[in-house]
Design a protein around this ligand. Structure first.
Ligand SMILES: Cc1ncc(COP(=O)(O)O)c(C=O)c1O
Length: 443
């Protein structure tokens, strides 16, 4: 691409679609990709991004899309926020790598102190830096077992925590994530998620029939389930988990990888319920697209392990830290507030849409810019996702029947209104034609 930076900002009103979709270059690229990449990657639809700015993505054919995905809830400050770009460029020209696990990097410790400062715990915290969400969850599992000297972990049906062995053992959103990979990590139980009434499962099933609470190290929960379908728990559910943990000395681990980093209008989604976790796992939006994952834990837990217990070569890479330090400044400087305001607008608009198509749209839910629209069938959700793509709006399915919206937190009111309009048109089409065959269109 040779266009000058900032070109997208002066582009015609977005979306601006200049080819059929996918365009000729996108089709050729998809063919090339198919020859060389792992077939395990679950590609949603043939978008081939080559440039991004704010909430706009330009594809390989020069089409401009309005992005309500943010690279799966990652580019929280918008694509290529100039301040984030500058911070990465400055850091790249200064020091790219020096293994924070074995040596002392100023920006590494600064990053840890910053995440400890914004942690949702009253006690002083410490931070372990990795590169991804799954590593943050792995670190949480290891610390929870190490610190409690207990072995069992409870996760939830519908949960998604990643795909490395520990995380995938906690994951229970789709059976395909486990298929062919057993045996998984032993000592993991899955509880029902979301309703206060579900909490009785702990006493009546887990502690009564399966294992004593004194052997459970941690309950790992996404305060709002992400990949499983953007499911917001009932008020009282997370408070109930906290009470169970307090009663039995179990650690509460909040997986904030998707819902955290300001997306719900609070830095951490669990703060919407005023619940304090013992450990937080974060990644995705915390560094605007640079690979950074972190486990934030209470000081009294983290100081239980010593040198060599856990580490990683690239974790807390200076470029990722630079991006994250700038990201946190931007989140606190107004983007969290914007997420709540734009989210409220989107939710109101989507509820009106649900009123127009009550049999197709089963539910509209979310907080801030973490919004799920549940359809009556998986085919309908798929058709809406495809219909949005055809109109220049990027959204992504979650669970089996849900379309999620997780735009960058820089979304403007005008962009939210355009997105709503396009989404409404895609729903209207999908509601009349019984799922017109995204697969056929893709072929
Ligand atoms: C809640 C949650 N936890 C963990 C992960 C895994 O993160 P990563 O893909 O960076 O390993 C994800 C990824 O979608 C997630 O949504």
């Amino acid at each position: 691409m040779t266009q000058a930076p900032g070109k997208l900002a002066q582009a015609p009103a977005v979306p601006h679609i200049v080819t059929e979709l996918p365009g000729p270059k996108a089709r050729a690229h998809v063919e090339f990709d198919r020859q060389w990449t792992s077939p395990s990657l679950p590609r949603a639809y043939p978008i081939v991004p080559v440039r991004g700015e704010g909430c706009v993505i330009e594809d390989i054919d020069g089409n401009l899309f309005l992005d309500f995905n943010a690279g799966i809830a990652v580019t929280s400050t918008g694509h290529c926020h100039p301040k984030v770009v500058r911070r990465i460029q400055d850091q790249a020209a200064t020091l790219i790598h020096y293994a924070g696990c074995d040596f002392y990097l100023p920006i590494f410790a600064q990053m840890c102190a910053e995440l400890a400062r914004i942690a949702p715990m009253k006690e002083k915290c410490r931070v372990f830096l990795g590169n991804s969400g799954t590593e943050a969850v792995e670190a949480s599992i290891k610390l929870a077992r190490f610190a409690t000297k207990r072995q069992y972990i409870v996760a939830f049906l519908g949960a998604f925590h990643g795909r490395s062995y520990g995380s995938v053992s906690l994951t229970a959103s789709k059976a395909k994530y486990h298929a062919g990979f057993g045996p998984l990590l032993p000592g993991v139980f899955h509880a029902p998620f979301g309703h206060v009434a579900d909490l009785k499962w702990f006493d009546e099933v887990l502690f009564d029939r399966l294992v004593p609470p004194t052997e459970v190290a941690a309950i790992v929960v996404e305060p709002i389930q992400g990949e499983g379908g953007y499911i917001v728990p009932e008020d009282g559910f997370l408070q109930g988990l906290r009470a169970i943990c307090d009663k039995h000395g179990i650690l509460l681990v909040a997986d904030e990888v998707q819902a955290g980093a300001g997306r719900t209008g609070k830095m951490w989604s669990i703060q919407n319920w005023d619940v304090e976790p013992d450990i937080v796992a974060t990644a995705k939006g915390i560094a605007s697209g640079m690979p950074l994952g972190a486990m934030i834990a209470r000081d009294s837990l983290m100081t239980k392990w010593g040198p060599g217990a856990h580490g990683t070569t690239y974790g807390g890479n200076p470029l990722a830290c630079a991006a994250s330090l700038e990201t946190i400044e931007l989140l606190e400087g107004g983007l969290m507030d914007n997420a709540k305001a734009r989210g409220d607008e989107l939710l109101a608009g989507l509820r009106t849409l649900q009123g127009r198509f009550p049999s197709a749209i089963r539910d509209v839910r979310g907080i801030g810019l973490m919004i799920g629209v549940e359809f009556d069938t998986a085919e309908r959700a798929e058709a809406v996702q495809w219909g949005c793509f055809q109109r220049g709006l990027l959204v992504l399915e979650a669970g089996h029947t849900v379309v999620r919206m997780s735009p960058p937190l820089v979304l403007t009111a005008a962009e939210a209104a355009i997105g709503l309009d396009l989404f409404g048109k895609a729903v209207a089409d999908a509601a009349v034609a019984e799922a017109p065959g995204a697969d056929a269109a893709r072929a």
